[in-house]
Write a protein that binds this ligand. Structure first.
Ligand SMILES: [Fe+2]
Length: 493
């Protein structure tokens, strides 16, 4: 039996396939096939690709309980989406999936399973923080395996809609003119440029009870008209929102530390993508696991994991569409030496929002001019730095990793750069970097970094996602060719 997990109907639809011995056969994002960023719906392309990996008969598992979500929408006076997963996915796509019954799981439990069952732990305290599940917006769980290896989840505490850290951060994202539910990472990047001068007022105005995370307002509908931030500078709003968000996350982590019986933390939900706030987790937990796709797209894996029910054999995040062929190490090095930057589209696409080396634009991180050069292609806000990708055994020579993190294989956390003057392109305004470390795992990107280090003495590269502006990350060879033509930058497969 195979287990197919589906997340669809809100944002970032995805599919995952797990085999009967716990291997992840496929995990991908619909947007990479439909070319619609954050596509909430599945499409034919991803279903066909996923099914090509399903080796046996399969069960279908959906990442939330539609009727529970519809109940919340009805209560909040919103239009209800649907009471059934089949209707959300659509009849034609359900036919493609074999018109089977679909088992539904709770949204936060799917997040918990995506994290715990991929983690190295046999027992963990699980914290889920997102915008909204069906009703839960924050939850704390105890997760363990019994003697037969079956995963068990006990909910220890939860906070229900509209008391939501994610909705607070999304409302602030919208307030500075960015897209809520999509561009929270830009608000996080802006935080370093402002002063948190509105943080105290945000807390007193929006929170009834800081310790118990009771909100006064339903921020699902954005900030109230004529709110007190009318005249505030965007960068100060970002800085204040980040500080409030971190304060609230710390309240949750402190609760989890007290309630949980394990000092291993599994952290999931969209808020776990806030890598700036994640530097604080080590204050409460010794060992930390954040799955590379902790948001709703990653919940397809959580639903499949709940169907499978046991520990998953986690190896890496390269789980999507396959561009076959050996990783082109020599060609990439040659191009980096010649032009200082190059695109790579090889192997299986990353599961999660971050390019980790298989759909990446790579560049020599040394010197002052490379940031502008890469930005000519990416054309993103100038204040945003690019990320470094580094051989894991060298990370401590270049970065001060925060407590609880000896590595950051999926860019889950920021670290202070020890030599910001040498690497201005990968360092933020506050001298931190969103580091990706690469273990001795024999992967293509590992081989490339080793070869680059041998040739230059520099163990890192600049790494940013390979995508045409406004589009999702490159998925297949055709996308890679389009990128090459449009930007006149060599993309090597
Ligand atoms: Fe979620």
């Amino acid at each position: 039996m195979n287990y197919i997990g589906i997340s669809a109907g809100f944002h970032d639809a995805g599919i995952s396939v797990i085999s009967d011995n716990g291997n992840i056969l496929f995990a991908g994002h619909s947007e990479r096939y439909s070319k619609k960023k954050h596509d909430p719906d599945l499409c034919e392309g991803i279903i066909k690709d996923a099914l090509s990996y399903a080796t046996y008969n399969y069960e279908l598992h959906y990442y939330e309980k539609p009727w529970l979500k519809a109940f919340r929408q009805f209560r909040a006076g919103q239009p209800m989406i649907s009471l059934s997963a089949k209707k959300i996915i659509g009849p034609e796509l359900c036919d493609l999936l074999g018109d089977k019954p679909i088992t539904t799981h709770s949204h936060h439990k799917s997040h918990a399973a995506a994290g715990f069952q991929t983690s190295p732990f046999d027992h963990a305290t699980v914290v889920i923080i997102d915008a909204i599940g069906e009703l839960d917006c924050i939850s704390i769980w105890d997760a363990c395996y019994d003697k037969n290896g079956t995963a068990h989840y006990t909910k220890l505490w939860s906070k229900k809609y509209p008391n939501s850290i994610g909705l607070f951060y999304s409302a602030m994202t919208q307030r500075v003119g960015l897209k809520p539910n999509e561009e929270e990472y830009i608000l996080m990047g802006m935080a370093a440029y402002g002063k948190p001068k509105h943080a105290n007022r945000m807390v007193s105005h929006y929170l009834e009870n800081l310790f118990d995370l009771d909100f006064r307002h339903n921020l699902h509908i954005g900030l109230e008209p004529n709110n007190f931030l009318q005249q505030a500078e965007d960068m100060d709003i970002a800085s204040s929102a980040q500080l409030v968000c971190e304060t609230l996350i710390e309240k949750v982590m402190h609760k989890a530390f007290r309630l949980g019986s394990s000092k291993n933390l599994v952290y999931g939900g969209g808020v776990a993508l806030n890598c700036l706030a994640n530097r604080l987790l080590g204050k409460y937990f010794n060992n930390i696991w954040i799955m590379p796709n902790p948001g709703d797209a990653g919940n397809s894996l959580g639903a499949a994991a709940l169907g499978y029910g046991r520990k998953i054999n986690w190896t890496d995040a390269f789980l999507g569409h396959d561009i076959k062929g050996p990783y082109p190490v020599d060609k990439i090095i040659k191009e980096l030496k010649k032009n200082k930057m190059v695109g790579v589209a090889n192997g299986r696409a990353e599961f999660g929002p971050r390019a980790l080396g298989n759909r990446s634009l790579l560049a020599d991180p040394r010197g002052p001019e490379i940031k502008d050069k890469v930005n000519e292609i990416k054309r993103r806000q100038k204040f945003r730095p690019f990320a470094p990708i580094i051989l894991e055994e060298h990370v401590d020579n270049y970065f001060d990793m925060p407590a609880g993190f000896s590595n950051s294989r999926y860019m889950q956390v920021i670290a202070r750069c020890r030599h910001p003057d040498f690497f201005p392109a990968i360092v933020h305004h506050d001298n931190t970097s969103r580091v990706q470390t690469v273990a001795k795992d024999g992967s293509g990107i590992r081989q490339l970094l080793e070869a680059w280090y041998e040739k230059t003495g520099c163990p890192m590269l600049l790494n940013t996602s390979l995508n045409i502006r406004g589009e999702p990350m490159v998925n297949d060879r055709m996308d890679a060719d389009r990128f090459e033509k449009l930007y006149n930058l060599k993309v090597i497969s």
